[in-house]
Design a protein around this ligand. Structure first.
Ligand SMILES: Nc1nc2c(c(=O)[nH]1)N[C@H]1C(S)=C(S)[C@@H](COP(=O)(O)O)O[C@H]1N2
Ligand SMILES: [Mo]
Length: 342
């Protein structure tokens, strides 16, 4: 066990900022030890999943067979795509090649590396229910296709900036989060929206690792959730999203680091408590609640000044709020004392 943890630690110290890894601090190790799970960490789950993923993985640029073909064709919502593009959302750069975006993903439920797309194919995305509960007048439990029949889908071109300093630009299809919240009628007590991903270790090998605080959780303030940029994604590249993108329902929050854009959501809860998100729970010195993109605030272990543009040799300067300041800067007036950029 110690050997493996030392290995992870050493590789982090080598300055590898390409993995969304965490600083394995003493506090976290103690927490895991206290939970009696130390031996399980040394067990095969995470490592096995990783090595088998690696052997079956494609290099970015390879064709994810079922990922972009079969799944979409068999999807009962396929007829809803492509949706009309909302021209209000334009880009300052080319759309990322689909093969790259489909084969270079962060989805820790299926492995801690980028080539998880084949493993993620195992996720059954039908039937799929989404619960919306908490401080709302009309709580709902909806099958994903019922939800899709109640919303107006549109396509938006968004930039995406991962905290690991790579970026992409993709055509998401979905609907504004605000329209979903309007259906459930939040009460005046509600201050935050908490999102939760599925928890199914039988399917998602990464969830067998006790090292991570499953299920993945994220959160927004009510004001952030109501902002027009906060987008619930159901499709990408003009068809239903393949599992590696977070099917059948994920968030896209283009002004925040990518980890806020939670995938494969099963529950949305309105609450008066600020949610502790997955990465903050893992490493509170490195990841926070707000996670707004800011090139001037480095991650404790790497600079955020530039980003590597996925699928290209470009290295571009990162923009404050990832270039969406006009739409969102006002959300943070009066909050300057908070850790807005981690
Ligand atoms: N449930 C869940 N959601 C997640 C993640 C994850 O590991 N699990 N990774 C996040 C991170 S770090 C990023 S950068 C984006 C990646 O989205 P993409 O694979 O579509 O590029 O998903 C985010 N949402
Ligand atoms: Mo990320």
């Amino acid at each position: 066990m110690l050997i493996k943890i030392r290995k992870a630690w050493d590789s982090l110290r080598e300055g590898d900022a390409t993995a969304e890894s965490v600083f394995l601090d003493r506090r976290r190790l103690m927490k895991i030890a206290a939970a009696g799970t130390v031996l399980a960490i040394a067990g095969c789950d995470g490592e096995d999943a990783m090595s088998s993923d690696a052997s079956s993985s494609a290099t970015p640029g390879a064709t994810p067979g079922a990922a972009s073909g079969t799944t979409a064709a068999a999807d009962p919502s396929a007829h809803l795509y492509p949706a009309a593009r909302n021209e209000a959302f334009t880009l300052d750069r080319a759309v990322t090649d689909e093969q790259w975006a489909s084969t270079y993903n962060n989805f820790y439920e299926f492995g801690t590396h980028k080539q998880i797309w084949a493993n993620a194919e195992k996720l059954p995305v039908r039937p799929w229910e989404v619960v919306i509960d908490g401080m709302v007048a009309k709580p709902m439990r909806l099958a994903i296709d019922d939800l899709l029949s109640r919303v107006q889908l549109e396509e938006r071109l968004y930039r995406h900036r991962c905290v690991e300093a790579w970026s992409m630009a993709v055509p998401w299809t979905g609907f504004p989060l605000g329209s979903l919240l309007a259906m459930v009628e939040p009460t005046s007590d509600a201050r935050y929206v908490r999102f939760e991903t599925f928890n199914n270790p039988d399917v998602a090998s990464g969830q067998r690792s006790p090292f991570y605080p499953w299920p993945y959780v994220e959160g927004l303030t009510m004001a952030e959730a109501a902002n027009d940029l906060a987008f619930m994604v159901t499709g990408v590249y003009g068809k239903p999203a393949a599992p590696q993108f977070g099917a059948p329902l994920r968030l896209a929050l283009p002004w925040k680091y990518g980890f806020k854009s939670i995938k494969s959501i099963v529950r949305i809860t309105l609450t008066d408590q600020r949610p502790v998100n997955f990465w903050q729970d893992l490493s509170p010195d490195e990841y926070g609640f707000w996670a707004n993109v800011n090139p001037q605030v480095p991650h404790p272990r790497w600079s955020q000044a530039y980003e590597r543009v996925l699928g290209t040799d470009d290295r571009r300067p990162t923009l404050l709020f990832n270039g969406y300041g006009e739409q969102v800067a006002g959300l943070y007036k009066g909050l300057e004392g908070e850790a807005l950029y981690m």
